[in-house]
Design a protein around this ligand. Structure first.
Ligand SMILES: [Zn+2]
Length: 220
């Protein structure tokens, strides 16, 4: 259906990316925000190293986070999954210990690309992770992803990663499969996730895409 579109905008690629750091406050945030992009990167670069950090998940949610990360990272050359147990919903009030964790992370990983929450995300846990990402990684390419929610905090992202129909549908299938504890939430469902990728695809002349906010990039 979209094969006839000729891409005329200059394309950038992530060919030089060797190490990616994905940061998500809760289990499922990374998958919702950039799951298809990670899958695409890992499939195109078999040597890709991915650090995957979830800041709070325990019990069933921890098991879901780990099982889902394994599925989304199955083509990555190397992966490191870290699931922490900071207090869900209270991140701004635990700022010091979470910042300490960021400092320890900085000494362990040298990412070429960082995925984090949108700066203006209205969820307090998301926003703190975003703020501390920028506090910590100060010479890095940071892409902020979006998570749909009741608060209605979307803006207009400015970087799009086009993904195939297959990858888009696989992402949605995996979200519904691995996060069964969320299936009773009114917003958590195939139609929400596919609709968002379809709208972002429409905005970049493709069928499906994930979209990000890039605040600074350097051209040489
Ligand atoms: Zn979240």
């Amino acid at each position: 259906m979209f094969a006839h579109f000729k891409q005329s905008m200059i394309q950038i690629s992530f060919d030089n990316v060797e190490t990616v750091l994905c940061l998500g406050a809760h289990s499922d945030d990374i998958e919702i925000g950039c799951g298809a992009t990670i899958r695409k990167l890992a499939r195109e670069r078999p040597d890709l190293a991915v650090w995957w950090v979830v800041f709070t998940a325990d019990g069933k949610r921890k098991a879901e986070a780990k099982n889902s990360a394994r599925a989304f990272l199955r083509d990555a050359g190397k992966s490191q999954v870290i699931v922490k147990q900071f207090r869900n919903g209270y991140f701004p009030f635990q700022g010091a210990v979470i910042k300490d964790f960021f400092e320890s992370l900085k000494s362990r990983v040298k990412p070429d690309l960082v995925f984090t929450h949108f700066r203006n995300d209205r969820h307090q846990d998301h926003r703190l992770v975003s703020d501390l990402t920028w506090n910590t990684f100060r010479d890095h390419l940071i892409l902020e992803y979006e998570v749909p929610k009741y608060d209605g905090d979307f803006a207009s992202p400015n970087l799009f990663v086009q993904v195939s129909d297959w990858l888009a549908k696989e992402k949605v299938d995996n979200l519904c499969r691995y996060f069964s504890t969320q299936n009773d939430k009114h917003w958590f469902g195939r139609d929400t996730f596919l609709a968002l990728m379809r709208l972002r695809g429409m905005e970049c002349c493709a069928k499906y895409a994930e979209a990000f906010y890039v605040r600074k990039m350097v051209c040489t």
